[in-house]
Design a protein. Structure first.
Length: 161
């Protein structure tokens, strides 16, 4: 069943704004499910505008990977939190909700591209970091990719993105 946003005045429909939020946030929070058990995790990411996907990295073992391998469909949120407004019982924010399917990247070239994209999104000294990184440093990491198949955005009226 598809839902519509009740507060249309808060809806973000401009794709460039949705992309900007995904490229600006430091992390995304993912919801997953396995065997009727929910799990939620926040992780750093990089948004690839050209391929409309999110990259993330992880250790080779762990709960989130077990959940993703059992059920690769995830729901996520990227949030720009501008804070609570005292006395008004209000919060300034902009967010993107998305769904997609997780896959894990084996190709060395795509893995390097993904980690470089994440570095550029998250680190002000990314180029130096990338130049000093050796490709074999990725051997101990899993690189995941979430191809976004649905997204929507919402923001408080006071926030400009």
């Amino acid at each position: 069943m598809k839902y519509h946003m009740l507060r249309r005045d808060k809806e973000i429909t401009d794709e460039e704004t949705l992309k900007r939020i995904l490229k600006t946030t430091q992390y995304v929070t993912l919801a997953m499910i396995k065997d009727d058990e929910p799990y939620l995790v926040s992780l750093s990411h990089g948004y690839d505008e050209e391929n409309h996907c999110i990259y993330f990295h992880s250790a080779k073992k762990g709960k989130k990977l077990d959940f993703m391998r059992a059920n690769p469909v995830v729901w996520g949120q990227a949030l720009l939190d501008h804070g609570y407004v005292e006395i008004e019982c209000s919060h300034h924010f902009a967010s993107v909700m998305f769904s997609g399917k997780v896959s894990f990247i084996e190709d060395k070239e795509e893995r390097w591209k993904a980690i470089s994209l994440m570095n550029r999104q998250l680190d002000p000294n990314a180029e130096e970091m990338i130049a000093n990184r050796k490709p074999e440093s990725l051997d101990s990491a899993v690189i995941g990719k979430i191809v976004i198949d649905y997204w929507s955005g919402k923001k408080s009226q006071e926030v400009t993105v």
